[in-house]
Design a protein around this ligand. Structure first.
Ligand SMILES: CC(C)(COP(=O)(O)OP(=O)(O)OC[C@H]1O[C@@H](n2cnc3c(N)ncnc32)[C@H](O)[C@@H]1OP(=O)(O)O)[C@@H](O)C(=O)NCCC(=O)NCCS
Length: 193
């Protein structure tokens, strides 16, 4: 939770070739829920995410966990297609206090495999290093979540360790942890498509 004195740096809106990333807000709850409440997505997330997912859980999450923290060392964007910016099809979450990672993301299943998440994380990493003052980003994913791992590879991160972890899917028991420094980022600063 933020303190009343923390400086607010609101999540900027990003336009990429195919996407708009805009600060996630309560009004996004219905489309977020439509795409997010899917075991194929949620099973890859930390075991702190409830499953079965509660009714109204998304609205509650946005209202109590996202909106009060937006811009206070945490930034959560809803991913939208340019042709339909009213509908959130996924999200990217960036936070300063590593646990150990600093980022999470998900995308509705019917949008997988088109390069959208690689496109979405690009301006978020740029924001982290060039605006929010991160010197290093740490990422993680379940061992076996190859799509997620591939995004880290494509954006220049290095795999540094493997640790025991718990996910919603009890069959996933290990995380791989990745790192990307600002210097590494700046030295390869062109979108990988
Ligand atoms: C992880 C996730 C966000 C990927 O989104 P996406 O838009 O499909 O990702 P992209 O298309 O940008 O990149 C995926 C990469 O994985 C590759 N890929 C696709 N299917 C794959 C598979 N079965 N095994 C390995 N790699 C695969 C793609 O080919 C692509 O790499 P390429 O560009 O070199 O071809 C999405 O699958 C998702 O929401 N998963 C569930 C939630 C989740 O895992 N979140 C992350 C937790 S760490």
């Amino acid at each position: 939770m933020h303190t009343p004195t923390s400086i607010i740096l609101k999540p900027p809106t990003f336009n990429t070739p195919r996407l708009v990333l805009e600060e996630l807000a309560e009004a996004d709850a219905p489309s977020y829920a439509k795409h997010f409440v899917d075991y194929e997505i949620i099973r890859h997330l930390t075991h702190h995410v409830p499953w079965p997912y509660p009714p109204n859980g998304v609205l509650e999450y946005i209202r109590t966990s996202v909106v009060p923290e937006q811009g206070h060392d945490r930034w959560v964007w809803g991913i939208r297609l340019k042709e339909n910016p009213e509908e959130v099809i996924g999200a990217v979450d960036l936070w300063r206090k590593g646990r150990p990672e600093n980022r999470g993301f998900w995308l509705g299943r019917k949008f997988w495999g088109k390069g959208y998440m690689t496109e979405a994380v690009w301006p978020v990493m740029d924001f982290a290093f060039n605006t929010a003052g991160f010197r290093k980003l740490v990422f993680s994913n379940a061992v076996g979540n190859d799509r997620s791992a591939r995004i880290k590879e494509k954006t220049g991160a290095r795999r540094i360790s493997q640790i025991a972890s718990k996910y919603v899917d009890p069959a996933l028991t290990e995380s791989e942890v990745w790192e990307l420094t600002k210097e590494e980022w700046l030295s390869r600063n062109t979108p990988a498509r």
